[in-house]
Design a protein around this ligand. Structure first.
Ligand code: 26Q
Length: 780
């Protein structure tokens, strides 16, 4: 601690012959990170690997960690020292905000993994992450004429000083066509208070042969380059696709690459301690599969135990089952991963053998259950020409969990009901959570200070203490202070948006924010329609006494997701219309921010009055953005879906705005033959806003995207029914709820009280709670 400031200065002097005053931003970044790692102590990976007790390996294709420096300094207790140092040399403490955040994840699933790491270390649990060190993260988004454009995200261009490469720990990963090295880069995961250090180990793919001189000298330049590139390609890019199957060979290679490397790493470490006696493996390790993406780790562990350690299938399979646990993040059947058998065999034939053995064992187990009407085929892991990864994950593990209470119920009673029938004891719920260190302490110092002044600082490691804020909600002065903090955060966001988007927004407007990946099921289109309806309502004089509202969107669309891209363009067209109409300039504003990412989220969540969580009931497994906005004092405008259900349970329906059809209503609509056209023909206001897709109000640049959206709502497509996500069915109650919130906002004190009561009720949604539940109920 004493050395931190001196270490930063020494590093700059020794490496660049500079001082804090003269160093470039990236030099400063390296120096601060290195001085930070020095505080962590030496050989942190080795220490974490040899920690006492069981080690949990969290296997995830994505870790959306965001910027590390401020977070690590906070957890190390060095933020003040850092600020002092920057002040001494008259440098801006926020300068490191110019360094990109690693966007090595798509959205919720990747961010959840990052929150879990923070909570694991903070709670003294041996929880280490294993994933892929993507060369390029999720694309950088910008808008050209309202259309999304994508550019590569070279996230290490300022270096990667928080990572340490460990060549001595590299492992060979075998593929049918070629072997590659997996080289680990380790980041320290620093628990709050700095006592516990875990690691995040990200594997980078590299050619086995440094450079093939023979091939090169024989004039085969191109071939030499191709061979090397094929290895690097495995960890080159993150698939920017957070639902639909990629079906791509390279994606399977990625999955096997990091799964195999991680399992090999554990087996090697285990053998150093126990030699060839594998009876304790499942006591030494728990492996959590973050969705099915690393499921191939199950047959891979069995393969290694049998081929390299000479164990029987029965013994190997038992060890695997006791070691692995699986988290499901989606109910949508089309999003459940399946791999083509031929593709699988063309990439990793040596693993396919073990998948077949697992399938055989499954059939044998099912025979015992054979009774009248029992259909064993519906369980097949190898099903015709497809391998069902979720089925392998359930069968090859001892635990399957959903990520919110409602989600888990749907898994048990619907999506995976046949599995629940035979293995009810394997199913459990672990409602998601978020880390309050990043999502309150770090991103909202003003609110953090207010909370600490009122109830002390215990909330940083015990979020349930926020409950103590509830009695203060009746105090006028407290609400005034609380509202003032929200105003400050809105001013800050407005400033940032002016700099980054060139758009001016008024902090006195209500900030209504929808930030999440762009997906039809998340229904940004419903939000868009409601804005248009309000716009026409104001113009026609139908809506009176309206509190000015600013609608803010942030979302990336998968580059190949045509409809999602059309929705972005549509919202940008609405923004154009609304923001340039003098009739409504004092009442309405629409902004779609570019390149929404973790760092942008840290600013947006603090400034929201209203949190839009409007997915069709039964489609959003949990949501975690909903928790971030709640924790920072927004009310939820949402459906009874995912974790919204629990948010409202905790904070009270009267303090939120819940609308629309519930899961059972949606089911009934489906059963009765939902007719979107009928609603459209009857509902004049709805028809008017939907027609803007095709009546020339807006311009889709000749892409046909708007017409295609219109058709999807009224005619459907080969792969789904008209208005598959029930936008029309929820339209009226949605607009009603939104206008109700608008009206309530007039009483600033009453509205502020609702917001504060949401903060007070957010304790449950700490990932500290989630991680403790996994520890007790899954990892024992
Ligand atoms: C799969 C195969 C091929 C290529 C890509 C993928 C892929 C990648 C990412 C599939 C899914 C994802 C990410 C899914 C995700 O983020 N799900 C969200 O997980 C959150 C954490 O549990 C939940 O809160 C959200 O409800 C859920 O949508």
């Amino acid at each position: 601690m004493k050395n931190f400031k001196a270490n930063v200065c020494d590093y700059l002097k020794l490496n660049y012959d500079k001082t804090v005053a003269t160093a470039t931003t990236s030099e400063l970044y390296s120096a601060v990170a290195c001085a930070g790692i020095a505080e962590v102590g030496h050989d942190f990976t080795e220490k974490a690997k040899n920690a006492d007790g069981k080690k949990v390996a969290y296997l995830s294709a994505e870790f959306l960690i965001g910027r590390m420096t401020y977070n690590n300094l906070l957890n190390l207790g060095l933020l003040e020292k850092y600020t002092e140092l920057m002040d001494e040399y008259k440098r801006n403490t926020r300068e490191l905000e110019d360094i990109d955040d690693p966007a090595t994840g798509n959205g919720g699933l990747g961010r959840l993994a990052a929150c879990f790491l923070d909570s694991g270390a903070t709670n003294g649990i041996n929880l280490n992450g294993y994933g892929i060190r993507y060369r390029y993260g999720l694309f950088k988004q910008s808008f050209k004429n309202g259309f999304q454009t994508e550019e590569p995200d070279d996230w290490t261009k300022f270096g990667d000083p928080w990572s340490i490469r460990h060549d001595e720990d590299k492992v060979l990963v075998h593929f049918k066509d070629d072997d590659v090295y997996a080289v680990p880069y380790d980041m320290p995961v620093i628990g709050y208070g700095g006592k516990k250090i875990n690691f995040l180990r990200l594997w980078q793919a590299e050619p086995v042969q440094e450079f093939d001189f023979d091939m090169f000298n024989n004039q085969n330049y191109a071939k030499e380059a191709t061979k090397r590139n094929n290895a690097f390609a495995i960890s080159a890019v993150l698939y920017a696709n957070d639902s639909m199957k990629a079906g791509k060979q390279l994606r399977l290679k990625q999955q096997y690459f990091f799964s195999s490397a991680s399992v090999q790493d554990m087996v090697r470490t285990y053998k150093k301690k126990y030699g060839d006696d594998f009876r304790h493996f499942a006591d030494e390790y728990a492996i959590q599969l973050n969705d099915t993406h690393p499921t191939v780790a199950i047959p891979e562990l069995i393969r290694i135990l049998m081929e390299e350690e000479g164990l029987s299938f029965a013994k190997s399979f038992k060890i695997a089952r006791e070691t692995f646990a699986y988290t499901n993040h989606t109910i949508m059947a089309e999003a459940l991963e399946k791999w083509d058998v031929a593709l699988f065999k063309s990439v990793i034939p040596h693993v396919y053998k073990y998948v077949q053995m697992i399938q055989k064992a499954l059939r044998k187990d099912l025979e015992k259950l054979n009774h009248e009407g029992f259909d064993a085929d519906q369980y097949n892991i190898i099903d015709g020409n497809l391998i069902h990864m979720a089925r392998m994950a359930i069968y090859g593990s001892h635990s399957t969990n959903g990520v919110a209470a409602l989600h888990t119920e749907i898994l048990k009673n619907d999506a995976l009901k046949e599995w629940y029938k035979i293995y009810p004891e394997r199913f459990n719920n672990k409602t998601n959570g978020i880390t309050q260190r990043r999502w309150l302490a770090l991103c909202n110092m003003e609110l953090s200070g207010f909370i600490t002044e009122n109830i002390g600082q215990g909330w940083i490691t015990d979020l349930d203490r926020l409950k103590k804020l509830a009695p203060l909600a009746d105090n006028k002065k407290t609400i005034k202070q609380f509202n003032e903090i929200k105003r400050i955060k809105k001013v800050q966001l407005a400033e940032y948006i002016r700099e980054n988007e060139g758009i001016t927004i008024d902090p006195s407007f209500i900030y209504d924010i929808q930030i999440k990946r762009l997906h039809e099921y998340k229904r940004q289109l419903l939000n868009a329609f409601s804005i248009l309806d309000i716009y026409y309502g104001l113009k026609e004089g139908r809506i009176k006494d309206f509190m000015p509202m600013c609608f803010i969107f942030g979302a990336k669309a998968a580059p190949g997701y045509f409809r999602a891209k059309s929705i972005i363009k549509f919202i940008n067209e609405i923004a154009n219309l609304v923001n340039n109409d003098p009739d409504v300039k004092d009442k309405l504003k629409v902004v779609f921010v570019q390149n929404y990412n973790v760092s942008y989220a840290e600013k947006l969540v603090t400034a929201a009055d209203i949190s839009e969580q409007i997915s069709t009931a039964g489609t959003e497994a949990s949501g975690t953005g909903n928790m971030k906005l709640m924790l920072n004092g927004a009310v939820t405008l949402g459906t009874y879906d995912g974790a919204n259900v629990e948010i409202v349970q905790e904070a009270g329906e009267e303090n939120n705005y819940i609308f629309g059809n519930r899961v059972e209503d949606i089911e009934k609509l489906k059963a009765d033959g939902y007719n979107s056209r009928k609603i459209y023909e009857k509902n004049k206001r709805l028809k008017k806003v939907v027609d803007t897709l095709v009546d020339g109000t807006f311009d889709d640049g000749g892409t046909g995207g708007f017409k295609e959206l219109y058709t999807s709502l009224l005619e459907g497509a080969s792969w789904h029914k008209p208005d598959h996500y029930f936008i029309f069915a929820d339209f009226d109650s949605y607009v009603e709820a939104k206008l109700r919130a608008n009206k309530d906002y007039k009483d600033r004190e009453a509205f502020g009280k609702k917001c504060l009561l949401n903060v007070a009720a957010a304790g449950k949604f700490s990932s500290d709670r989630t991680i403790r539940q996994y520890t007790e109920e899954v990892w024992s």
